[in-house]
Unconditional design. Structure first.
Length: 247
């Protein structure tokens, strides 16, 4: 579904991302881990098009998307969690998701009668809120949400774009320990039988181990290992890379 081949991003002589070959199958959940500064976010930036690789390519369903800007990759089904800045704090949670649905459906909505289009948008937004367990907070101002709820809203905004591949960059960041299990359930439901694939960077190893079908380990920009959680955890090279850091 999604693949990278020889994906490399250099700044001067330093390879921040170094010849990474990754494959993500439909319905698969791939966790990406690695010590601080290993290049995980940079890898995401290359995949979503925020950065252009120095070498190598990214393909989606076999099509080379390396030269496409982020919005075109998003249209093809590649979605990344919105940064907190793209949430309108003074609008309600429901209005935020409606705007995201509208933005995604854009041109095609023009063919609809206004009232029917509004109903369609409202239904899609409510479905996304329901998926992430935020239906009861639809009327709350987005700026008043707790951290865990904000993360759920970001996932709902992403779902509004109907992505086939979702990239989640540290979805547990800032979430309090008691909110983690519920968010894990929401994230688990993103793959399921939909065929949607998820690529997730996360520092919480317990979360990665609970969710991931396979784990990719990055170190100094390169892919150290990519295998089942059991095999990766037993890999001595991986353990060595993490010396001095908690796995
Ligand atoms: N625009 C840039 N200019 C210079 N160096 C950069 C740039 N972006 C990233 N780097 C460097 O590249 C390395 C990898 O950064 P990156 O943020 O991709 O790592 P990471 O694995 O996501 O780290 P963390 O786990 O701390 O978020 C770091 O040493 C970082 O300082």
């Amino acid at each position: 579904m999604l693949a990278t081949r020889g994906l490399t991003w250099r700044i001067g002589e330093v390879a921040i991302v170094d010849s990474v070959d990754l494959d993500l199958a439909p319905g698969e959940f791939l966790g990406v881990i690695g010590p601080n500064g290993a290049g995980k976010t940079s890898l995401f930036n290359l995949i979503t098009g925020l950065r252009r690789p120095t070498e190598g390519r990214v393909t989606l369903d076999g099509r080379d998307i390396s030269a496409l800007p982020p919005y075109q990759r998003a249209r093809l089904g590649l979605g990344r969690t919105f940064q907190a800045s793209s949430v309108f704090g003074s609008l309600s949670v429901r209005e935020n998701v409606r705007l995201a649905v509208q933005a995604h459906r854009g041109g095609s909505m023009k063919l609809w009668r206004r009232a029917a289009a509004d109903r369609e948008v409202a239904a899609a937004a409510d479905a996304a809120l329901h998926r992430v367990g935020l239906a009861h907070r639809g009327d709350a101002l987005a700026g008043t949400l707790a951290h865990g709820e904000k993360r759920k809203l970001e996932i709902a905004l992403l779902l509004a774009g109907e992505p086939r591949v979702m990239l989640l960059d540290e979805p547990m960041a800032g979430v309090s320990a008691e909110d983690v299990p519920e968010l894990v359930q929401v994230i688990r439901s993103l793959t399921g039988d939909s065929g949607r694939a998820v690529l997730m960077v996360e520092h919480h190893m317990d979360v990665i181990l609970e969710l991931a079908d396979r784990i990719a380990v990055m170190h100094h920009g390169a892919l150290l290992a990519c295998d089942t959680p059991e095999t990766v955890m037993a890999n001595p090279t991986v353990q060595e890379a993490y010396l001095g850091e908690s796995l």
